[in-house]
Design a protein around this ligand. Structure first.
Ligand code: FAD
Length: 543
């Protein structure tokens, strides 16, 4: 019998319910065994962060282990498909855009796509020479067929969904399978002599004890920060945005003629606007830096983006701090979700980090007390590496910009706002194109300082390409014209016409025959309502 058996999750936002459902799926075999005892307590008064949220394909693994049916999940969370992120106006603010799609074509053992494209006339964007998915997105097509799939390699996709509904769906799925659920405000944490948490107390006088505690209380980090005093490493030096202005536009009022099968991230004067289509509404949100724009101005820009009809909807402001908990796992407590840290949602990594924590905890579950420290050490290392990997990648979107139209864009390009490792990577990639080897034991010439502040593990974080490999980097680098001017001005350089591999051309021809428009798939398969069409607002179609 394990001596670490009782798990108490505090907080019932998407982090809390992902942890509960995944641990029950992985360690209790979807509730058919009782190896660990899982209880989730959540406040009946404190609302969870509820914005329309975009995910990345790793969520497919989570749904599978929990045992969810994809279509039921999509219906319950108002989900739509997401195949890419489209970045608009990030380079020059001249209506330019590029995609970061999930699927990419691999030509063979040696991939010279980037080399070939760099030397070409670049009349077709880089991603369109390595993936059909950017164009599939632009055509508004679903990544699934109406009937059975017979279109070769499957297209990778994730979902846009309502995160609050996702948490509720996971609750309704997990409670009948053995997860205990309590509604109460946790007001006090009782600590043992060895620094481990013994129990928590609720406002209604209950004492809840456990062997392992998971803090999913959101930005308040009730256990990890308030009780255990684990600090927060501020990363706002590299990512300047600290607030979001969020709005929902119901399709009943305004349906913009299609449901885009991708997220749009459109750069603005002091940040960027996400545009996330779900099956009954769109969520838009202006992620911005409060040092460069007031709430009133941000709201104005959000309205200008959406069009005149947006005046009818409430704008909610959410403040956030970019950074990470110095230790995600301390003693017998693990901070997951917003209590563990936050990076702005430019590449949709919030829920991903909850997913990663769930997978890593299931893999490193400390079934005995004497395993606790060793498991914590590994867990912290993996989560730390991944946090910095994400930080570099998001940071890169800003620092490659050539916009000088506002103080914000001038500021983000300054060297002091670029992480040490990213700077080193970019310098190195001026000498050689990105490749798999760059993610092996990563440490680059010119890289000077470690960005990890210690806390039991003094090693530098390494980028294992666990989430984004050199191909993802290429999508952003060449989308942002990295080294473009250098090649443009190279004396005697003859540019050949850009080449699109036959496979991609064939795939696009096939896509038109095989794949239905996204909203038609949602109408026919998910029973999405057929909304009346409206002409898209002026800002919406800009990119
Ligand atoms: P919350 O949703 O805040 O939930 C906290 C829970 O703790 C609530 O249930 C609350 O009742 C409970 N609680 C708090 N205190 C107590 C207490 N004392 N006692 C009992 N219960 C308590 N992620 C993505 O993947 N994609 C996106 O597109 C995306 N967009 C985002 C946009 C913004 C502006 C923000 C801020 C975040 C975004 N995220 C996104 C991140 C994502 O929202 C979170 O990572 C994810 O929802 C997890 O949130 P959470 O459960 O940690 O916190």
């Amino acid at each position: 019998m394990p001596d670490v058996k009782k798990v108490l999750i505090v907080g019932g936002g998407s982090a809390g319910w992902i942890m509960a459902a995944y641990l029950n799926g992985a360690l209790n075999k979807k509730g058919t065994e009782k190896n660990i005892d899982i209880t989730l307590v959540e406040s009946p008064d404190i609302p969870s962060i509820s914005v329309g949220e975009a995910t990345i394909p790793s969520i497919g693994h989570i749904l599978g282990v929990i045992g969810l049916n994809e279509r039921e999940f999509m219906k319950a969370t108002n989900a739509t498909f997401k195949q890419s992120i489209k970045y608009a106006n990030w380079l020059n603010n001249e209506g330019e855009f590029y995609h970061h799609p999930f699927s990419r074509y691999r030509p063979g053992p040696i991939d010279r796509s980037a080399q070939d494209w760099i030397g070409s006339d670049r009349k077709i964007p880089f991603t369109e020479t390595v993936s059909a998915q950017a164009m599939i997105c632009e055509m508004g097509l679903a990544p699934q067929m109406l009937g059975e799939w017979d279109f070769g390699t499957k297209l990778k996709y994730a979902y846009h969904m309502d995160a609050a509904k996702f948490a509720n769906y996971l609750r309704d799925f997990s409670v009948p399978k053995g997860v205990k659920h309590l509604l109460a405000n946790v007001t006090k944490t009782n600590i043992q002599e060895n620094g481990h948490i013994k129990s928590v107390q609720t406002a209604c006088g209950k004492t809840l004890s456990a062997d392992l505690f998971i803090d999913c209380t959101g930005f308040s980090a009730h256990l990890m920060e308030k009780a255990l005093g684990v600090g927060f490493e501020d990363c706002s030096q590299w990512l300047l945005c600290d607030r979001a202005a969020v709005m929902h536009i119901p399709y009943d009022d305004y349906f913009p003629s299609q449901v885009r099968p991708y997220t749009t991230a459109t750069a603005q004067s002091a940040g960027w606007i996400w545009d996330i289509p779900m099956s009954i509404q769109r969520s838009i949100g202006y992620v911005h830096s409060s040092a460069f724009i007031t709430e009133e101005q941000a709201q104005k820009e959000l309205h200008a983006y959406e069009g005149a009809h947006s005046g009818a909807y409430e704008t909610k402001f959410i403040n956030f701090k970019v950074g990470r908990r110095e230790q995600a796992w301390k003693g017998n407590c693990i901070a997951v979700g917003l209590s563990g840290g936050f990076i702005e949602p430019l590449e949709s990594t919030g829920i991903y980090l909850c997913d990663l924590a769930a997978v890593m905890l299931a893999e490193h579950f400390p079934f005995t007390q004497n395993a606790m420290e060793a498991m914590a050490f590994r867990f912290n290392r993996i989560l730390t590496n991944r946090f910095y990997e994400i930080l570099d990648f998001i940071n890169m979107h800003y620092c490659l910009s050539r916009r000088t139209d506002t103080d914000f864009w001038k500021e983000v390009q300054k060297p002091e706002h670029i992480t040490d490792r990213l700077q080193a990577k970019l310098e190195f990639w001026k000498l050689k194109l990105p490749s798999t080897a760059d993610f092996d034991d990563q440490f680059f010439p010119g890289q000077t300082s470690a960005s990890l502040s210690g806390h039991g593990d003094v090693r530098r974080p390494i980028d294992t390409a666990g989430l984004w490999n050199h191909e993802s980097y290429e999508a952003i680098l060449y989308g942002m014209d990295f080294r473009g001017p250098e090649f443009e001005n190279k004396p005697g350089h003859v540019r050949h016409p850009v080449r699109v591999p036959e496979f991609i051309i064939q795939r696009l021809h096939g896509a038109r025959q095989k794949l239905p428009p996204h909203h038609i798939w949602l109408n026919q398969v998910m029973g999405m309502h057929q909304y009346e069409m409206h002409t898209p607002p002026p800002g919406w179609g800009k990119a």
